[in-house]
Design a binder for this molecule. Sequence first.
Ligand code: GLP
Length: 238
Amino acid sequence: MKVIVVKNYEEMSRCGADLFTERMSQKKNLILGLATGSTAEGLYAELVKRNQEGRIDFAGVQTFNLDEYEGISAENEQSYRYFMNHHLFSKVNINPENTHFPSLDPDGSGKAYDDAIEQAGGIDIQLLGLGRNGHIAFNEPDETLNNYTSRITLTQSTIDANSRFFDSSDEVPRTAISMGVGSIMRARELVILASGADKAEAVSWLLKGTGITTQVPATLTLAHPHVTLIIDEKAAGK
Ligand code: GLP
């Protein structure tokens, strides 16, 4: 894992955008794995700016998002589809048909989503944020983790963390559909971003050498051969 420590959120966003810009210029039909959350907003703003300046082109790009809440529609401002439309897709030259979000199959599995990723050629570069409890996507700390895309039940820690986007914590959906850690680990490259003191503990679990544990899902990425972790000074504080 390559670790880059930068000064603040803005530098983290630019540094992440530099990496995406480089990969997008190397391959026209890049398959991007994307994340939602406050951490990714600055990076998306940078990518929008660079697209408007003609430095990057989304015409041939396909995207697969990590996760989506269950039970709220794409028009709901709290949905991850809405977030992505608002922060990126509506502002760049991407074909909306090339943007994908996880959903469940009639049998309750998420197999069709993992199959769609594979049929597209696999994810070239996967963006990840870090949950305060060390989750990636919505893979919450547990004795076992999902390999494939599945329905998950959010932990209280995540409900509390995400309630800031809702009127009250009662409105936070209790379930979501998330890529599994296997879906994430099959990406050819991972980029993890973390900013701020409330991520410092999760970053320390990842880097202090406690090893790989399903109780800190992000530690699974220690076994991936091509990972860049970009953190600001506050997130590196512990
Ligand atoms: C959320 C999302 C993750 C995201 C993480 C961090 O619950 N499911 O995909 O990366 O938690 O979010 P934030 O960047 O807002 O701290």
